[in-house]
Design a protein around this ligand. Structure first.
Ligand SMILES: *[C@@H]1O[C@H](CO)[C@@H](O)[C@H](O)[C@H]1NC(C)=O
Ligand SMILES: *[C@@H]1O[C@H](CO)[C@@H](O)[C@H](O)[C@H]1NC(C)=O
Ligand SMILES: *[C@@H]1O[C@H](CO)[C@@H](O)[C@H](O)[C@H]1NC(C)=O
Length: 419
């Protein structure tokens, strides 16, 4: 109504230029040659439409439309900014399909399929689907194949690089070759109401991965995949994750941090109201052996676990010889990321293995300021039919973990050292 009133007032002054400023300009990919039959390569049409959208002036918002009931085959492309307007909307109503042939990426960056770069005020929304059609990548992944030319780097379905004050919402993501959504070097980024799904067995198909970013908020989304539902990487702060259904998959992970022994800065992470369903981990902090720096002020609360293998995990012993050479050198053992002020509060549900809480902290740099407040975990029922030594109670295990407990804690955690 406000805008309408403005238009009417402006009309009466017959100031045409001011009038046009209040319009949302629509740029439909069909008008730039896109076909949307699922076979024709629509990449150039998308790039032309983007070029017009990104260079538009004298409007409130530029709105690039990918219409519904069509399937657009799009090769690896980057939508580059900066754009002229401070509000750019990409509305995905139809389906965007990835090429199925992995050779499409021969000679080009295989870490991404679609990317937005240096766009501020970007809104990507709609009820459409982004289909990564990753099966060919999965079968040749080094996780599954020991052949010499197995794939180490498969494309992330969509990456946002240097995109601030932006959000993505309402979309469906399926079957990415690798991570579904990557957020990198971005600030004030909001992700809401997404559905992400890939088979439980698909390698490295994280739902959302964040790194080198701050002020990132993720809520009201449902994620099932073959890797972490959400993973939080190095150089991140003020990350808030709430109201998520996660599973199957590997849970929500801070890490792995400090790849190959690098310096880590992670702080102010809040994860709350998450249902974990048949995931391998629930909430996990994972750091590389030999890394340095800190991960602090991390809260996991209001968690509901159903048949989760390892509901609460800290693992500071991650190592992969591929990146670190000798994992067991004295030098590696003498350093560690300092994990501090980690709160686990109001977590209930079931563990499918007997160790429900495992805090395995670095020998050189103990975890400090761990708080466990009101935790109720038990073994998934029905396990006694397959396990000889079945106990209803689960247990906890810790190394070099310091902190305290509050309220009722099950399993109790006698291995936690006083702060
Ligand atoms: C505890 O967490 C559950 C979700 O698992 C939530 O429904 C409940 O409101 C929380 N209780 C409190 C006291 O915050
Ligand atoms: C926990 O998850 C189970 C299984 O998904 C669900 O039935 C139950 O209502 C959830 N509990 C809470 C408190 O959200
Ligand atoms: C901690 O991790 C090390 C290295 O993976 C392993 O040898 C040890 O058994 C673990 N300790 C616990 C308590 O899980």
């Amino acid at each position: 109504m406000g805008i309408l009133a403005l238009i009417l007032v402006t009309l009466s002054c017959s100031n045409v230029i001011v009038l046009s400023r209040s319009f949302v300009k629509e740029i439909n990919v069909l008008n730039y040659g896109a076909v949307g039959d699922g076979y024709t390569d629509d990449s150039q049409a998308f790039l032309k439409a983007w070029d017009v959208t990104c260079n538009l002036e004298f409007a409130e918002s530029a709105n690039m439309i990918i219409p519904g009931e069509r399937r657009f085959l799009v090769n690896p492309i980057t939508f580059n900014g900066p754009c002229k307007l401070s509000r750019i909307n990409v509305q995905i109503l139809g389906t965007i399909l990835s090429p199925q042939d992995t050779e499409t990426w021969d000679g080009i960056d295989s870490s991404q399929w679609l990317a937005f770069r240096r766009v501020t005020g970007l809104i990507v929304d709609g009820y459409g689907t982004i289909d990564g059609r990753g099966t060919n990548w999965w079968s040749n992944s080094c996780r599954n194949s020991h052949s010499k030319d197995c794939t180490k780097m498969a494309p992330t379905a969509i990456k946002f690089i240097f995109c601030s004050n932006s959000y993505i919402k309402d979309l469906h993501f399926i079957d990415s070759a690798n991570t579904h959504i990557g957020i990198r070097q971005s600030e004030w980024f909001h992700i809401t109401n997404l559905k992400i799904s890939a088979p439980e067995t698909s390698p490295n198909t994280d739902g959302i991965h964040i790194d080198r970013s701050k002020h990132v908020f993720i809520d009201r989304s449902s994620i099932r995949s073959g890797d972490d539902c959400i993973s939080i990487g190095d150089h991140t702060s003020d990350i808030r994750i709430t109201n998520i259904n996660c599973g199957p998959g590997h849970g929500i992970s801070v890490g792995s941090l400090g790849k190959g022994g690098s310096y880590v800065q992670v702080e102010n992470i809040r994860v709350s109201h998450v249902n974990f369903y048949q995931t391998t981990n629930g909430v996990r902090i994972k750091t590389w052996k030999g890394a340095t720096g800190y991960a602090r002020d991390i809260t996991f609360e209001h968690l509901n676990f159903t048949a989760v293998q390892n509901p609460i995990v800290i693992d500071q012993y991650y190592c992969n010889k591929l990146y670190l050479g000798n994992c067991n050198s004295a030098e590696r053992s003498a350093t560690g990321v300092h994990i501090s002020d980690v709160t686990y509060k109001n977590a209930t549900g079931t563990s499918s293995t007997s160790v429900a809480i495992r805090l395995n902290c670095s020998q050189s740099t103990a975890c400090t300021g761990i708080l466990l407040d009101t935790i109720q975990l038990s073994l998934t029922s029905g396990r006694h039919t397959t396990h000889k030594h079945w106990h209803e109670r689960v247990t906890s295990s810790c190394t070099n973990a310091r902190g305290k407990t509050k309220g009722l804690i099950q399993p109790n955690i006698p291995c936690l050292l006083q702060n």
